[in-house]
Write a protein that binds this ligand. Structure first.
Ligand SMILES: Cc1cc2nc3c(=O)[nH]c(=O)nc-3n(C[C@H](O)[C@H](O)[C@H](O)COP(=O)(O)OP(=O)(O)OC[C@H]3O[C@@H](n4cnc5c(N)ncnc54)[C@H](O)[C@@H]3O)c2cc1C
Length: 438
C-alpha cells in the first residue's frame, strides 16, 4: 500500500518513542486516524526522571508528564496491551478481547526488567524499576525501611542507589562487573564512579553475583556465589531488561532480542510496520551493518520521529535512521555523556581529568575512526566530540540502505494469528462490563 494513502495508523506502546511518532505524523500533515495502545494506565512521562528526581521525592509524577502537540487527534487505549499481531489481516490483537485494525503500524513497546530467579518467591519486598508505579512503590518502601540491597550496578541500579542513599537509606550494590556502570562508561570512569559512590556511603560489592535468596521474617538475605550473605530490609533487582516483543512472536517479524528492522526502521519482512525506541534492533549504517538496540532516551525520541517519517514515506523512499547516539547518566550531581559507540575499542583520555570525573575519554574503531566517547562534566567537550564522531562516521544514503541485507533468513510470509485470541472485536466496539442503564 502506498504510504500516502494510509488512513489508519496504530502505535503500540505509549512511551516516549510512541508519543514522538504520533506527534511527527501530525506535523507531517497526516490526517488519518491515530490509535495508541498503551499498556500503562498513565499518560507518557519522562522515564529517566524516575531515578533522577521521583525516587528521592524531588519531583512529582505530574512534573514528569511529557508535553506533546497532538491537537486532539490521537485516540488512546490506556491500560490495554497488545498480545499478538496478525500481519496478514493487518490487525493487532489486544488483551481485552478486541483487535485494532491498521493500515500502518508503529511498534514502540520498550523493555521489561529482567527478574532474578528466586527473588520474587523470597519476598514481595524485592522489586524491579521501570515504571512510575515501580518508582513510587520503591520510594514508599525506602521510607519505611533502613536498608536496601540493589542487585545490578548499571545505569538504573547505580542511579537508584544514589537516590536512595541521598535520602538516608543504607544501600548495598552488588554487581558482577569490576565497577559500577562498567558496560556503559567503560572501566576508567567506572572506577571513578564506584569510588564516588563509596565516598557517599554506598556499600559497593563488585565481581559478585547473587546465587540464592533466603527468606527471614522482615529481612531479605541474598547469598552470593562466594558464600557471603548480605542482609537488607528490601531489594531492587536492576540487572537489565529485555525488549517487550513477545507479542510479535508468530507474526512474521524476527522478534529475538528486539524486533529486527532494516536501516529505515521498517520491520524486516513486514513493509507496513516500523519500530522505534528500546525494542527496535536496527543497523546504524553510520557505524556498521550489524543490527543493534540502543537503550537511550534521546535515541528513542529521534527514532520515534524517524519511524513516523519512514511509515509515511514507504520502504523505498525512507531514509536510513543513522544518528550519533547519545545518552547520559547523572549520579551525585555528576553528569556523564555516552556518545556514539564508546565501548567499540579501548578508551583513551582526550580532555581534562577523567579519573576525577571532570574530563573525556574517546575511542576509535579498527579503521582508526573516532566512533565513541564518554564525557564527565564537560558539556562543551561533549558537543564537540559528538560533532567529531558524526564527521568521522558520515551519514549513509538511500543506496547504502537499499544494499543492506538482514543477517539471518527470516520468514517472509506472516504466520496466521496465534490461536486462543479469537474472536477479537475491533477497537470501535466498546466492551460492556455492566448492563446499560434503562
Ligand atoms: C529508571 C530509568 C532511568 C533511565 N535513565 C536514563 C538516563 O538517565 N538517560 C538515558 O539516556 N536513558 C535513560 N533511561 C532509558 C530511557 O528511559 C529509555 O531509553 C526510553 O524510555 C525508551 O523509550 P521507549 O518509548 O522505547 O520505551 P518505554 O519508555 O519503555 O515505553 C514503552 C511503553 O510501551 C508499553 N508496552 C510494552 N508492551 C506493550 C504491549 N504489548 N502493548 C501495549 N503497550 C506496551 C510499556 O508499558 C511502556 O509504557 C532510563 C530508563 C529507566 C527505566
Amino acid at each position: 500500500m502506498s504510504a500516502h494513502r494510509l488512513r489508519l495508523i496504530v502505535i503500540v506502546g505509549g512511551g516516549v518513542a510512541g508519543l514522538r511518532a504520533a506527534e511527527r505524523l501530525i506535523e507531517r500533515g497526516y490526517d488519518g486516524r491515530i490509535e495508541i495502545v498503551a499498556a500503562e494506565p498513565h499518560a507518557p512521562y519522562r522515564r529517566p526522571g524516575l531515578t533522577e528526581g521521583l525516587l528521592n521525592g524531588h519531583v512529582s509524577p505530574a512534573a514528569l508528564r511529557l508535553r506533546a502537540r497532538l491537537e486532539g487527534r490521537v485516540r488512546w487505549h490506556h491500560g490495554v496491551a497488545a498480545v499478538g499481531l496478525d500481519a496478514r489481516a493487518r490487525r493487532v490483537l489486544l488483551d481485552d478481547g478486541r483487535y485494532g485494525p491498521y493500515e500502518g503500524l508503529i511498534v514502540a513497546t520498550g523493555m521489561t526488567p529482567r527478574a532474578l530467579p528466586g527473588a520474587r518467591r523470597a519476598t514481595d519486598r524485592v522489586q524491579t524499576l521501570r515504571t512510575v508505579d515501580d518508582a513510587l512503590r520503591l520510594r514508599t518502601t525506602a521510607r519505611r525501611v533502613r536498608s536496601v540491597l540493589v542487585v545490578g550496578g548499571g545505569l538504573v541500579g547505580a542511579e537508584a542507589a544514589a537516590a536512595l542513599r541521598a535520602g538516608g537509606t543504607a544501600v548495598t550494590v552488588v554487581d558482577i562487573a569490576p565497577t559500577l556502570l562498567h558496560d556503559a562508561v567503560g572501566p576508567r570512569l567506572g572506577v571513578a564512579l564506584t569510588e564516588l559512590h563509596r565516598r557517599r556511603g554506598v556499600h559497593v560489592v563488585t565481581g559478585a553475583t547473587v546465587q540464592a535468596w533466603d527468606h527471614a521474617p522482615g529481612e531479605i538475605r541474598a547469598v552470593l556465589r562466594d558464600g557471603r550473605e548480605i542482609g537488607a530490609d528490601a531489594a531492587l533487582v536492576a540487572i537489565g531488561a529485555h525488549p517487550d516483543v513477545g507479542w510479535l512472536q508468530d507474526s512474521g517479524a524476527n522478534a529475538i532480542d528486539g524486533v529486527l528492522c532494516g536501516p529505515t526502521t521498517h520491520v524486516v519482512g513486514l513493509d507496513d510496520v516500523v519500530a522505534c525506541g528500546d525494542c527496535a534492533r536496527w543497523p546504524n549504517l553510520r557505524f556498521d551493518t550489524v543490527p543493534q538496540r540502543v537503550e537511550q532516551w534521546a535515541t528513542a525520541v529521534a527514532m520515534g520521529r524517524h519511524a513516523a517519517d519512514a511509515l509515511l514515506d514507504g520502504p523505498r523512499d525512507a531514509r536510513p535512521f543513522a544518528p550519533v547516539p547519545w545518552g547520559w547518566t547523572e549520579q551525585w550531581g555528576v553528569r556523564i555523556h555516552m556518545l556514539g559507540r564508546p565501548l567499540a575499542g579501548s578508551l583513551g583520555a582526550v580532555d581534562g581529568d577523567p579519573d576525577r570525573l571532570r574530563g573525556a575519554l574517546a575511542t576509535q574503531d579498527g579503521d582508526g575512526r573516532l566512533v565513541g566517547a564518554v564525557v564527565a562534566e564537560r558539556p562543551a567537550v561533549s558537543v564537540a566530540l559528538h560533532r567529531a564522531i558524526g564527521a568521522a562516521c558520515p551519514k549513509p544514503d538511500l543506496t547504502d540502505a537499499a544494499a543492506w541485507r538482514p543477517p539471518a533468513p527470516v520468514s517472509a510470509a506472516p504466520a496466521p494469528a496465534p490461536r486462543g485470541h479469537e474472536p477479537h472485536r475491533p477497537f470501535v466496539e466498546r466492551r460492556r462490563t455492566a448492563p446499560a442503564a434503562a
